[in-house]
Design a binder for this molecule. Structure first.
Ligand SMILES: [Zn+2]
Length: 567
């Protein structure tokens, strides 16, 4: 791959400025092929790393692949820089050319960075500092990953990681939930200073580089990648904050269901109703039905991926936790990894990942590799939509009122976690950047104070926040890796709610428009992609539609527990 990339660079370096549309098209096609082959290599190495983490050869391969991917990136970087170096008039002529149509939108978006790009030597100097910045990120991650503490989850004391301690928030036993969080807050005391120092260094660096580049707004880099205007994001966040009382209404109701005066934070995700076990084959049938009921093609894609062994669902030692979908290239079907444990929640995860997979397949059928992948906010829309469809189907078909109550509560609480809580986190980040920009250090106490205040704006007095929760910011990796990442979850969930409502109103009109949306990949802006689906990001009606749907979910969750209590 490196040899091919170097050969490409030797032939093409210095040619972008003088290239006509046809020549630039050929260059981009060749680059697109390189990128896809690199993606296959990279996926092979990471998939092995994610499924056999204990194998030394696998780890060496993953390290090698990462190092070479970075080399590859620097060899090919000249294309972007030469494209940005063109003056606007010259670029506009190329962007209008029919030959470049499959790349036009991505090329246009890339040029938004032009005002903030520094001369090549300065860019390289900034790039050379990357390992130093990654060191702060790794220190932050390592502090958390290596934290283990003895905890008795019912089977005697065992070493627990942070993730395992956090998983007790879903446990039916209240004493256990409270104890797990207590232990968690205790361990966080030991790392909070280091975590604050990592965050302070990273935020300080980002602000300094923003100043050098002349970037006017701390949210700009994230908004630009999401292709969302700052005004649209702010309008969404304000609309979300106005609806915080909807969350509080549920928490008050939930306290009654659990027989409490008021919820403690540890009760926020306590189970309501009851779960049931779902065997893998039943789950496959459910997701297949849900996708196929929307459109036969989506079910076909699902079955092809399964049939070719592209789904790794079995939890086993040496395999990573969580779930993801990797859309490898135009010639390879997507791969999905998850950890299936026979819970209803896992069925929802399977549907979510296949929302990504069908998006990837349909977009890659029509788009170039460069133009298929959207920013993170839009990327989570098809997955969240697929998840909502699957949950709706599970609820409709569930005969046991206790299980239905659980599904309804889970759907409402999931929406609260991604819409309300993630927005609260973005507000926390804004305050942190604001303070750091004024020259105030981000110490643990300062961060703790902002964290508790922002949480208080959401929960108010509907949930009691324990004192230890003031260190709750220490284990959120998004703050460290991508600034303001979290609002993408809120955006995607609200848009998916809007889409679900439009689908219900007029399925015959909606389905073809939605398939067109999936097939369009990232070839247009989110505004232009969503408009034919009846979603106008500039209109307050979009958020109103989404909250009407959210409200319906909360009301149904309330009805679910009413039914349970009446029975
Ligand atoms: Zn996702």
């Amino acid at each position: 791959m490196l040899a091919r990339a170097r050969d490409f660079a030797e032939r093409r370096r210095g040619t972008v400025g003088a290239a006509g549309p046809q020549e630039l098209r050929e260059l981009l096609d060749e680059l697109d092929q390189l990128a896809q082959d690199a993606s296959r290599v990279h996926f092979y190495a990471t998939a092995r790393e994610h499924t056999e983490a204990m194998d030394p050869e696998t780890n060496d391969l993953a390290t090698l692949a990462r190092d070479r991917a970075a080399d590859l990136e620097s060899v090919l970087l000249f294309v972007e820089l030469e494209w940005l170096a063109l003056d606007d008039a010259q670029a506009d002529v190329l962007l209008q050319a029919a030959e470049l149509e499959p790349y036009a939108h991505r090329l246009q978006v890339a040029r938004e960075e032009k005002p903030y790009v520094l001369p090549e030597g300065e860019e390289q100097a900034l790039n050379a500092r990357r390992p130093a910045l990654s060191a702060w990120e790794s220190l932050h991650g390592r502090e958390l990953a290596t934290l283990t503490v003895e905890f008795d989850g019912g089977d005697g004391p065992e070493p627990h990681t942070i993730d395992r301690l956090l998983s007790y928030v879903h446990h039916p036993d209240r004493e256990l939930r409270l104890a797990a969080l207590d232990v968690l807050y205790g361990v966080l005391e030991g790392v909070a200073d280091v975590q604050a120092a990592c965050y302070d260094a990273i935020v300080g660096d980002r602000l300094a580089v923003d100043r050098l580049r002349g970037i006017p707004d701390v949210m700009w880099p994230t908004n630009q990648r999401n292709e969302l205007d700052g005004d649209v994001v702010e309008a969404m966040m304000v609309a979300i904050e106005e609806h915080y009382p909807l969350g509080r209404r549920w928490f008050v109701r939930k306290a009654q269901v659990l027989g409490l005066d008021r919820l403690l934070l540890a009760d926020q995700y306590a189970p309501v109703g009851s779960d049931r076990r779902v065997e893998w084959t039943e789950a496959v049938g459910m997701v297949d039905d849900s996708l196929s009921a929307f459109d036969a093609r989506l079910g076909e894609i699902f079955r092809s991926c399964l049939g070719r062994g592209h789904v790794d669902a079995e939890p086993r030692p040496g395999k990573v936790g969580g779930a993801y979908c990797n859309t490898v290239s135009k010639t390879v079907l997507p791969y999905v990894l998850l950890n299936y444990t026979d819970q209803l929640r896992d069925v929802v995860t399977l549907a979510h990942e296949f929302g990504h997979a069908v998006h990837g397949v349909l977009a890659l059928e029509r788009q170039t590799y460069r133009s298929y992948h959207t920013g993170l906010a839009l990327a989570e829309v098809p997955s969240t939509f697929a998840q909502l469809l699957a949950v709706e189907r599970l609820i409709d078909r569930e005969e046991d009122p206790a299980t239905r109550a659980m599904l309804l509560a889970d759907r409402a609480e999931g929406a609260m976690a991604s819409i309300f809580r993630q927005t609260m986190m973005a507000r926390f980040e804004q305050r942190a950047y604001g303070a750091r920009g004024e020259g105030k250090g981000l110490t643990r106490d300062r961060l703790a104070e902002m964290w508790i205040e922002e949480n208080g704006r959401y929960y108010a007095d509907s949930i009691e926040l324990p004192d230890g929760y003031r260190l709750g910011w220490t284990y959120i990796p998004h703050f460290i890796h991508v600034r303001f990442y979290t609002y993408a979850y809120a955006f995607a969930h609200l848009i998916a709610f809007s889409l679900a409502a439009h689908y219900r109103e007029d399925p015959e009109r909606f389905v073809p428009a939605y398939l067109e949306f999936l097939g369009s990949g990232a070839s247009r802006s989110p505004q232009d992609l969503l408009l034919p689906l009846g979603v106008d990001l500039r209109s307050p009606q979009t958020w109103a539609d989404a909250f009407a749907e959210f409200e319906r979910c909360v009301a149904e969750a309330e009805a679910g527990v009413d039914e349970l209590q009446a029975g």
